[in-house]
Design a protein around this ligand. Structure first.
Ligand SMILES: [Ca+2]
Ligand SMILES: [Ca+2]
Length: 292
């Protein structure tokens, strides 16, 4: 493990976020309300052993009605933990990211886990939060990354969506890949846990087993301004003391199973939210695990 730093050069490029997925889901969702309502009640009352059966029935319902994402999201929100359907592929190693905030995770705020898989054992570059307007072009992150998981209550799949950056030089252009392998928020809404399989962030033609090092960051922010002329301030926190410059990110060796904790590094302080002191954005603890 290595802590790395990067000088930030915010971009002023135009931003285009993909939101069509949610709109399509919303348009089609009314067709299956009754059937899903029944399944949701079953899910609420079911035992853990029966949850998988109910989820599978929900998926069948979704497929029949060509409406998958929002329906499944509604159903899974009624379960304690959002565990998403297998897509048939063999799951490779997993990256398990967990973090806690001082307050509570808010569905109207934005929480990101950013992954940089560019064979960079020295941690020369990595994902960081933009520190000043125009806020990186995408409104939440700059530096180097190819995949990220976003949580916001308006997204499908209980608010969790995995994205692929289409051009490393234009971090404001990306497309959704679907839900992460697993994702959940604790009942007290203080802790978020996301599981991503290595295959989902392997480069084209890259064997996931060959991924030996990653740069990772966690970013929490109250808004994601994409207009390059928007110079108003926004609150944010990311790994490291966010009040200090240059910003930090984590370089994680993934050649073997390991768990890294904030207590190992002393990396993340409390009370370092920039442009405000909102505890709902204040990351106070984290843990990242590589598990085969
Ligand atoms: Ca921080
Ligand atoms: Ca913090």
């Amino acid at each position: 493990m290595r802590l790395s730093t990067l000088i930030i050069e915010p971009s002023a490029k135009f931003v285009k976020r993909k939101t069509y997925l949610y709109r399509n889901i919303e348009k089609n969702s009314t067709n299956v309300n009754d059937e899903v309502g029944t399944l949701a009640q079953q899910a609420k009352g079911s035992s853990a052993r029966n949850d998988s059966t109910v989820r599978e029935r929900a998926m069948d319902t979704c497929r029949r009605h060509t409406t998958t994402c929002l329906v499944l999201a509604v159903l899974l929100m009624l379960c304690a933990c959002a565990r998403f359907p297998e897509t048939g592929q063999v799951v490779s190693k997993r990256l398990i990211v967990q973090f806690r905030v001082a307050g509570q995770i808010r569905p109207d705020y934005y929480y990101f886990i950013l992954i940089d898989n560019d064979t960079d054992p020295l941690g020369v570059s990595g994902p960081v939060a933009p520190v000043a307007p125009p806020w990186g072009g995408n409104g939440f992150a700059t530096g180097s990354f190819q995949r990220f998981v976003e949580y916001n209550g308006a997204l499908p799949f209980s608010g969790f969506l995995l994205y692929r950056v289409l051009d490393p030089d234009r971090l404001q252009v990306f497309q959704p890949m679907g839900p992460p392998l697993e994702a959940s928020i604790s009942p007290d809404r203080k802790t978020m846990r996301v599981v991503v399989d290595f295959a989902s962030f392997a480069l084209d033609g890259q064997d996931p087993a060959d991924i030996r090092v990653l740069q990772v960051n966690i970013i929490a922010t109250d808004r994601t301004p994409k207009d390059p002329t928007d110079t108003s301030l926004k609150m944010w926190d990311a790994l490291g003391d966010s009040r200090q410059s240059p910003s930090t990110y984590l370089t994680l060796l993934t050649d073997t199973d390991r768990i890294l904790r904030n207590t190992d590094t002393g990396m993340e302080p409390e009370g370092d939210v920039v442009n405000g002191n909102d505890p709902d954005l204040d990351i106070v603890d984290w843990q990242i695990e590589v598990r085969s």
